[in-house]
Design a protein. Structure first.
Length: 341
């Protein structure tokens, strides 16, 4: 239970993060101007009003070029040419593997393709929560936790239950409870929609301009998309929070909270990551530091893992749109084996 634990971030934002945020605004302005110019040439008078939804031929290349030119790529891996990688190595719809310490891209497939991210959405939910709330804040749950979508992963909270922000974050990140994410959204944002607006604003600030969130949990919704590369950017920022790193490293989480009836309820949530809960074996000589899973009908099987090699170098590896769990973990192991190549 959270008790008096407080949110912590490593020594403030730091110069690099501050520069990244500054140039995120510059990049947004650059994209705005670019799309207004294209609009005037094509006769589309309203396209500039929604710059992050406009689909233009070659837009992804323009985005990547602007990302490098504005300086936002400083300290980040940059995918210069995906054609140097063999896309047939994985069957998943998209994939990427990035070294945090050398900025080396070890693999990339469709890394700029907007796709449904399922519960990898909760990484941004956690980030916005950590930026705007303390872990020991008390949350009385409301009707937002009554999610009825078939197959949705739930903690089965009820309106009136009382938990802390930390408990809800663990339920969301470790167990991937959709009702936990919805509760955080309402607590932090005031409403689900206002919180989603905060998520999308944060995505724009950090340069994840192919991302558009429609909810806080990742259940399928039209237009709810992100990319492998945007997830890399989002997760990199999450890692600046020590509490986030601590939570995703747990194989399980024991929670005691007060129910709406005033009784105490004890539950244990297992980590949904097969590498963390023992359902999948890590074949590479790596240390698993954490990650996040996601599964929906539109997204397929998704997985992001955070690992460390024997030299202490850290990696973010991502797969989106795998057909089943066996393929998901087999192909993630295949990516991780590239470290030794």
């Amino acid at each position: 239970m959270a008790g008096s634990v407080q949110m912590s971030k490593k020594d403030g934002e730091g110069t690099e993060a501050a520069v990244g945020r500054h140039f995120g605004k510059v990049r947004s302005v650059g994209l705005f101007i670019l799309l207004v110019m294209v609009s005037s040439l094509t006769g589309c008078q309203e396209s500039y009003l929604e710059p992050y939804q406009v689909k233009l031929e070659g837009y992804e290349q323009l985005e990547q070029s602007l990302y490098r030119q504005t300086g936002m790529a400083e300290g980040k891996s940059v995918i210069e040419d995906e054609s140097v990688f063999d896309a047939s190595e994985v069957s998943a719809a998209a994939a990427g593997m990035f070294c945090l310490d050398s900025e080396r891209v070890l693999y990339s497939k469709a890394a700029f393709e907007p796709l449904a991210p399922a519960s990898l959405t909760k990484l941004m939910t956690a980030l916005v929560t950590l930026e705007n709330a303390s872990l020991d804040e008390t949350v009385r749950l409301g009707e937002e936790v009554l999610i009825t979508e078939p197959g949705a992963r739930l903690c089965y909270f009820q309106p009136g239950d009382i938990l802390t922000v930390e408990q809800l974050l663990c339920a969301s990140l470790i167990y991937s409870g959709n009702d936990a994410a919805a509760a955080l959204a309402v607590h932090v944002g005031g409403s689900e929609q206002d919180f989603v607006n905060m998520m999308n604003e944060e995505a724009r600030r950090l340069g994840a301009t192919s991302t558009k969130f429609k909810n806080s949990h990742g259940l399928d919704a039209d237009g709810h998309v992100t990319t492998v590369y945007d997830l890399y950017l989002i997760f990199s920022l999450c890692l600046e929070y020590d509490d986030f790193c601590r939570m995703i490293a747990m194989s399980s989480y024991d929670c005691t909270y007060q129910t709406a009836e005033g009784t105490s309820k004890q539950v244990t949530w297992l980590n949904s990551n097969g590498f963390m809960n023992g359902a999948a074996s890590l074949s590479a000589d790596m240390k698993m530091l954490g990650g996040k899973t996601g599964t929906t009908e539109d997204a397929g099987k998704c997985l992001l893992v955070y690992t460390e090699d024997v030299q202490g170098r850290r990696y973010i590896s991502i797969l989106l749109g795998a057909a089943d769990d066996t393929i998901l973990y087999d192909e993630m192991n295949r990516l991780l084996q590239k470290i030794a190549e």
